[in-house]
Design a binder for this molecule. Structure first.
Ligand code: ZN
Length: 199
């Protein structure tokens, strides 16, 4: 539709989640009109995030060192692990200030339709963390949708022989949605009122 570099930019932007062809076009023309220094800062931030951010070797959260800020925090409760799908869920739960344990980021949820099975998630790593008996409660805070529920049930069955307290945030979260879309108060309450998951 456009020539060369503008179309390249629109095509690249159009690959981003939540950005359709119209949005890509709008962003591209916004950038064209923007101050060159602002655009350079954006470009630098894109490159920097790929160069500097890695994944925490214990929990799988985003980190700038071997371990993330939460895993390195000596004040966090070692007895509780909250299992989530993505790093953005960690941010959502941290915002509630209801949780003082540590996290485990799976990197997705079980979804046969998308060809994602247990082996594609960081479940082996979770089992390794549970092996030494330090953890007494596992909170399964996967998304309140089909894939999230299936993943929680799978994990609850898997760890059942270990005799942990396995809980799931209470209902009241928007069903079918993403954890990150729940507001802080709702998510905080869901955490407080978490119930035992009996499988
Ligand atoms: Zn970590």
């Amino acid at each position: 539709m456009y020539e060369g570099v503008i179309q390249n930019l629109i095509d690249e932007l159009g690959q981003l989640p939540g950005v359709g062809p119209k949005g890509a076009q709008r962003i591209a023309f916004h950038l064209l009109a923007a101050d060159p220094a602002d655009v350079r800062r954006l470009a630098a931030a894109l490159v920097e995030v790929k160069e500097r951010v890695r994944f925490c070797r214990s929990c799988g959260n985003v980190a700038e060192e071997e371990e993330c800020r939460i895993c390195r925090d000596p004040l966090r409760d070692l007895a509780v692990i909250c299992v989530v799908e993505e790093p953005k869920d960690v941010v959502a739960i941290e915002r509630t200030r209801e949780f003082r344990g540590r996290y485990h980021v799976l990197g997705g949820a079980i979804s046969p339709i998308d060809g994602i099975g247990p082996d594609d998630l960081r479940i082996k790593e979770l089992m390794a963390r549970l092996a030494d008996g330090t953890v007494s409660e596992l909170i399964l805070a996967t998304d309140p949708n089909l894939e999230g529920e299936a993943t929680a049930t799978y994990l609850a069955r898997l760890v059942k022989p270990m005799g942990l307290r396995v809980t799931r945030p209470a209902s009241g979260l928007p069903v079918g949605g993403d954890l990150e879309y729940a507001d802080e108060v709702t998510l905080g309450r869901a955490f407080e009122g978490r119930r035992l998951l009996d499988v």
